[in-house]
Ligand binder design. Sequence first.
Ligand code: ZN
Length: 411
Amino acid sequence: MSTPTDALQRLRRVHEDAVLAALRAAGGLSRAQLTERTGLSRTTMFAIVSGLLDRGVVIETEGSAAEPRGRGRPAALVSLNPDAGLLLGLDLGRSRVRLAVANAAHQVVATASADLPGDAAPEEEAETAVRLVHESAAGRGLSLGALEAIGLGLVGVVDEHLPHVTVPSELLAGGGSATVAPIVPARYLPLARRLGEEFGVRLAVDNNARLAALAEATWGVGRSVRDMVYVRWSVGVGGGLIAGGRLLRGAHGAGGELGHVSLDPGGPPCHCGSRGCLEGRIGGRRLLEECAERGVPLPALDALVAAAQDRVPAVCEVVAAAAADLGRVLAGTVNQLDPALVVVGGELAGLGSLVLDPIRAAVAGQALPRSPREIAVVPADLGVNASAMGAIALLLHEEPSIPAHLRPDVP
Ligand SMILES: [Zn+2]
């Protein structure tokens, strides 16, 4: 049963989250600026900041002339302690787990990856991920005691209606009231549990293609726009939509699943249950089949990309035709979202104009006429770590976390 003390602790945590979110967004702020941005009272703000200072979560530095005070010394600036508040992003792909670590100043201070065997059991994946975190931290001299939260990128639909796991509060560092209600496909429950047991911090979860979109919108080629369509073209085809500066997750966790737009209702069946999906038409496996049918057997997608870079004619034709089909789907999305930018990521995006020009032609030819502006179609620029970085961006963009015991019960 909850007591008045519990309620006060929860309220304090909500206030702390608001202060930390403001500092993450803005860097250093004076107490007066923090009061203004969070809407907390001056008395509450002073108490919250002094608690955070005592725990080493924030530090105080002398203010600059940027904030005029009339007379006397400039106001002290409160900022996140760069040696605390580490954020970890993990990207669980089909064959590899990737990691990125950011400090409280939002600088990525470590990236790493480890292979996953194709038939890895969920428990094995979890152990690989945990080992990678420990090895990377040891290699970079990072203290995992400073870990504040973990963002997790997963393959597949991440849907809040699927089973989820809550890490018991006794497992949390310091026994704090910040708890976890990650929303995780059942396949990944062992991983979520293992991360919770090992690190005892907040988890946030999303689809990894969507997270790559969020990373591009936060740090990459889309950082100056608020509306963006992202597609990741690789073995699979995934995507993410940024609208009004926010990542669209959708009502069922399937927002931005461009790969499952059907091009042909009578086409071949797709693993999603539909038929004739874009992924089945242009995904890496299908491209390899098409190249083989044209007498150019290739072992894997990287060999296909290399052959296209070498301008092997049959391979270039296969890729260009697939890019035109991708462009048709993107043109439809462009007409609905009206983005400033279309971003193409994944291995195929590395082929530059061979891939981008057919997409540009399709978008220009089929999108609504909207002169004088044109929709730019550009390659992604964060590379293979985009999803792991996006998992960190998810933590930065999150609303202040609601302690799990304040959430409605979910079966
Ligand atoms: Zn499908």
